[in-house]
Design a protein around this ligand. Structure first.
Ligand SMILES: Cc1cc2nc3c(=O)[nH]c(=O)nc-3n(C[C@H](O)[C@H](O)[C@H](O)COP(=O)(O)O)c2cc1C
Length: 297
């Protein structure tokens, strides 16, 4: 999968890309791979404490057999705990090494206009081509109005999108959460508030299962657990429906605009990606192949 590419269209430019999450860049020191990056950053990594283990897997096969193929992932990861300066340095490095590739920074910040403006400013200074705003992580510190806490509240979304689009010089995609009854509502608000594109879906709130030996939910950290975000092959049918809903809304209400829809969710094969494109998405993001890589480490 890493050597296959999807065609990416952004306004009048056409380029090839695979979107890759930032946390993997620290693992993948593979210069020969020609990747584009969707990179999750926020200003203050010191506020983040990630736990281990933070993933649980659902396997196909009888009784979740340990040999069954992994069809679902749950993650309870928070935002990256890598310092912003490190990320910015890597953005610059990537643009220097791959100037003809599209680099998209996926950013998330708390409900603070000045913090959003500073983050956008610093990220743009690295030469990135576009920004994806994470209004969609189900566990993105809702007490600080981050991630899905914004994407599930249209009034808040409109306000924050307004700040972001007033500041950003590059195109902005708003990434939507599927953890909402009608995903077209926040997508519409984001486009009306100046975003040029929509990404969908982020992970689905889930409890992966209960370990019947320990009686604790998975993943379990020192006896504690929390619902997390469900992804991978098992979410593909749900993602197809959500992307279809957004594509239909965009065609009906914004058909005269050059807006873009990026589809995400359980893409393992070219056929999976083609399904999204047939339903109206302009680009497709592949996260599953990266999870396979993570499994090696
Ligand atoms: C470990 C992990 C970390 C993720 N981190 C982010 C993130 O930082 N920002 C974001 O917008 N989405 C994040 N996501 C969500 C993915 O980008 C994607 O929307 C979701 O996993 C569904 O796609 P998939 O089924 O191909 O994995 C993460 C997903 C996983 C599994």
């Amino acid at each position: 999968m890493l050597n296959s590419f999807f065609t990416f269209e952004w306004r009048n430019c056409s380029s090839r890309y695979i979107a890759v999450l930032a946390f993997l860049w620290s693992i993948l020191k593979v210069k020969s791979l020609e990747l584009n990056f969707g990179v999750q950053v926020s200003l203050d990594a010191a506020k983040v404490v990630n736990v281990t283990p933070r993933y649980a897997k659902l396997r196909a096969g009888a009784n979740g057999s340990a040999k069954g193929q992994i069809i679902g992932w749950e993650n309870i990861e928070l935002i990256s705990d890598r310092p912003l300066e490190t990320m910015l340095k890597e953005f610059r490095q990537l643009k220097e090494e791959y100037p003809d590739r599209i680099l998209i920074a996926s950013i998330m910040e708390e409900y603070n206009k000045a913090a959003w403006e500073e983050l956008i400013d610093r990220v743009e200074q690295t030469g990135i081509d576009a920004i994806e705003i994470n209004f969609s992580c189900p566990h993105g510190m809702p007490e600080r109005k981050m991630g899905a806490a914004v994407g599930q509240d249209c009034a808040l979304l409109e306000e924050v999108c307004g700040w972001i689009n007033a500041k950003a010089a590059v195109p902005v995609w708003a990434k939507m959460t599927p953890n909402i009854t009608d995903i077209t509502q926040p997508a519409r608000v984001a486009l009306r508030s100046g975003c040029e594109g929509i990404s969908a879906i982020n992970t689905i709130m889930s409890v992966m299962g209960i370990n019947l030996n320990t009686l604790h939910p998975e993943p379990c950290v020192e006896g504690y657990s929390t619902p997390g975000g469900y992804s991978a092959k098992a979410v593909h049918p749900i993602a197809l429906a959500k992307v279809m809903n957004i594509a239909q809304m965009m065609k009906a209400e914004f058909g005269d605009k050059d807006y873009s829809l990026s589809a995400i969710g359980g893409v393992e094969t070219g056929g999976d990606a083609a399904e999204f494109i047939l339903l109206g998405s302009n680009t497709v993001q592949d996260v599953v192949c990266l999870k396979r890589l993570v499994s090696f480490f």
